[in-house]
Design a protein around this ligand. Sequence first.
Ligand SMILES: NC(=O)c1ccc[n+]([C@@H]2O[C@H](COP(=O)([O-])OP(=O)(O)OC[C@H]3O[C@@H](n4cnc5c(N)ncnc54)[C@H](OP(=O)(O)O)[C@@H]3O)[C@@H](O)[C@H]2O)c1
Length: 267
Amino acid sequence: MSTVNTPGTALVTGASSGLGAVYADRLASRGFDLILVARRVERLGVLARSLAEKYGVSVRAMAADLSAPADLQRVADELASNPAITMLVNNAGASTLAPVVDTPKAGIATMDKVNVTAVAELSYAVLPQFKQRNSGTIINIGSVLSFHILPVSTIYSATKGYVMNFTRGLQQELAGTGIVVQLVLPASTATEIWELSGVPLAQLDQATIMRAEDCVDAALAGLDQGELVTLPSVEDQALWEQFDAARLALFAGAMRGKPASRYGIAG
Ligand SMILES: NC(=O)c1ccc[n+]([C@@H]2O[C@H](COP(=O)([O-])OP(=O)(O)OC[C@H]3O[C@@H](n4cnc5c(N)ncnc54)[C@H](OP(=O)(O)O)[C@@H]3O)[C@@H](O)[C@H]2O)c1
């Protein structure tokens, strides 16, 4: 549990590279002890040692394949039973970018398990202790592909759409409590995920790519500013507000109890 002097322990999934490794660095610099989760435990070990030395915090590497139910359960058990945990960063993500029929079945399953099931189950595991203490932070990493779909991102966008709706639902459930839930929606960021997804970074418009450090620093600044939804690269915040207002208006417009007149069905 956090004390006046320490912010407690943050569990960061997908900390072996990219955004997760930067989150680990930045949270350690803020005094968080860390539990770092990923499959590549050697990388986690190297990062854990360097962060412990650099910032004087305690860092533990936890090898887990979040697409494997037993490993996911082990991480969930840690979140449910370790009272030092004050923050969960659901950052791990998998991406295969291809049309649906060209996506290997295993790739679909992995995206579902890592991007969807793990986010929900890890949040589910940590929330009871957060609720009991009326404090704690969950940061969920969605994507601009949470609200947009490309012909090669059908499955990935579907999973990231889940992250967005799941997170916004939690925010409503927990409104007025001391628990903070932040949705982060990055655009293209320079990490290994692109090569793994089958679309190398070199194929993108280089002007659209953000540094991973900048993305996490902006996201944490958004958290500090109390933002519920952080779009690190979007300059005009009114764009999100308009998008959200259109969503609310559309929902309200659907609550009519009768077919729209354009269908010609007499009521
Ligand atoms: N980069 C972008 O352009 C971008 C844009 C929007 C959103 N995002 C999101 O940002 C998050 C971080 O991704 P990144 O860009 O930093 O990519 P990354 O460098 O490839 O990092 C992904 C992390 O997830 C972990 N991971 C993947 N599959 C896993 C599994 N089965 N079990 C446990 N850990 C697993 C990886 O660790 P191991 O391989 O060691 O397991 C790695 O640490 C993801 O949710 C991604 O969807 C990225």
